[in-house]
Design a protein around this ligand. Structure first.
Ligand code: SF4
Ligand code: SF4
Length: 441
């Protein structure tokens, strides 16, 4: 099966729908002992995976079977938080005769869906710092990605993304949105026309990124669009300039080490120690080996938005240090023995408490999956929605395309993913970065 199926997954432009957008045909080409389905839905307020497991069960199970066969894994764990009773009951019934498949019930903690934390939680194996789960014979894939794998085997490319639109919107809901529509159009679907005094995030409250241009397009990795008041601490932390972040750190870090005590990657044994990075950065010391610890940071934000009593952001300081080290060609050191701390199990961050600390209790509402269909007049498809090189446009202005036609292709020898038209229409603009399609009236 393998080569032809991997080719169909590549042809369909499937990438990891829940994370950085790693091309799935590359991930599933590796052999593994165990496949973990990441249904943890790590970030507060996102409601995609738990609903897809129920509404798209057949496609999910087809994708899971394909992934098991491709990787040769002898076992699959569907890792889902125990609180999602309906989804667990449903998927247990649907997999009752599948010997290889088991549901793994997780606690409700953050960041349960961080791949490395997930692998340790399910298998008690520590992925080396800077490594991937394959280093411990494991492959991790999320629910939507496996649904897209199933569609790929029927030659259906990725043209939509399931997205929770939530926060301060009148009608939170989860939509299957055509790729390339604008954040503004998406928010309007949930009744949010007025964004005055608020900011928009692509992603969850912890790791999501601020969207400055609401007319920019959503991509294959967009899982949530959250509208939140601009004065929320989580928004302020993301909006501050690098200079402000460093100035605050220098004046207020009291070296209490709470950031390190609760750092999930440090607890995993990756020796991240954010309080030490703060000390080195704040005092202008050139402790190069100490600085390299920042490369093990996942940018989860637990230190900045939960742990630090002074509202500082070790996360942002780590990001700055990382940028400089990577620009200087310094690589993360994966050699050595990595052992999780005995405190790992006791220092998990409860999501309920996290939501309260983030000031999001009022926004922790259901966002039901809607089957409403909606056809945009225009889409802008970015040629880089994935890890690796950008795709190259294969259409020209004036071309007529149908939904599913390729508009951007990745060269055979490059890491990346093809891009497809998400609506029928005429190509109205092509650049090195995007293809725009307008519906013909
Ligand atoms: S928790 Fe805050 S104050 Fe304490 S060491 Fe970390 S950054 Fe400094
Ligand atoms: S963001 Fe903070 S808590 Fe998260 S891994 Fe980095 S240092 Fe640790």
């Amino acid at each position: 099966m393998s080569n032809a199926v991997l080719e169909s997954i590549k042809a369909a432009g499937v990438i990891g729908a829940g994370g950085a957008g790693f091309p799935t045909h590359v991930k599933l080409a590796g052999s593994a002992e165990v496949l973990i389905v990441n249904a943890a839905e790590c970030e507060p307020l996102i409601r995609v995976d738990q609903q897809l497991l129920v509404s798209r069960t057949d496609d999910f199970l087809t994708g899971l079977t394909v992934a098991l066969e491709l990787t040769g894994a002898r076992k699959a764990y569907i890792a889902i938080k125990a609180k999602h009773h309906e989804a667990i009951e449903h998927i247990r019934a649907a997999t009752a005769t599948e010997e290889k498949v088991e549901v793994f019930e997780m606690g409700d903690f953050y960041p349960a869906g961080d791949e490395q934390i997930l692998v340790y939680d399910v298998l008690a194996r520590v992925v080396p710092r800077g490594g991937i789960p394959l280093a411990v014979a494991c492959v991790v894939s999320n629910v939507e990605t496996l649904i897209n794998v199933a569609c790929a085997t029927r030659d259906i490319p990725v043209t939509t993304s399931f997205v929770t639109i939530g926060g301060a919107v009148p009608s939170p809901a989860t939509y299957e949105l055509p790729l390339g529509i604008s954040y503004r159009e998406a928010l309007a679907l949930a009744g949010a026309d007025d964004t005055q005094g608020k900011r928009v995030l692509d992603g969850g409250p912890m790791m999501g990124t601020l969207i400055d241009d609401l007319d920019s397009p959503i991509t294959k990795t967009t899982k949530a669009i959250l509208l939140l008041p601009a004065d929320k601490r989580l928004i302020v932390e993301k909006a501050m300039s690098d200079g402000q972040i460093l100035k605050q750190s220098r004046t207020a870090c009291e070296q209490c080490q709470k950031c390190t005590d609760l750092c999930p990657r440090d607890l995993l044994g990756h020796d991240v120690k954010p309080h030490l990075i703060m000390r080195i950065a704040n005092y202008g010391l050139s402790d190069f080996s100490g600085m390299k610890r920042a490369l093990g940071c996942s940018e989860c934000g637990a230190c900045a938005l939960y742990a630090c009593p002074c509202n500082l952001s070790p996360r942002r300081v780590n990001m700055l240090v990382k940028q400089q080290l990577l620009a200087a060609g310094v690589k993360v050191e994966s050699e050595g023995v990595f052992e999780a701390s005995p405190m790992f199990a006791y220092r998990k961050i409860p999501v309920k408490r996290l939501i309260a600390r983030l000031g999001l209790v009022d926004y922790d509402r259901p966002a039901p999956l809607t089957t409403n269909t909606w056809t945009p007049q225009r889409v802008t498809l970015l040629l880089k929605q994935h890890l690796g090189a950008p795709a190259t446009a294969v259409v020209a202005v004036g071309d007529i395309v149908k939904r599913g036609d390729p508009v951007g292709r990745i060269a055979d020898d490059r890491l990346g993913a093809h891009v497809h038209a998400s609506i029928d229409g005429k190509v109205t603009a092509v650049s090195d970065t995007a293809v725009t399609i307008a519906r013909e009236r």
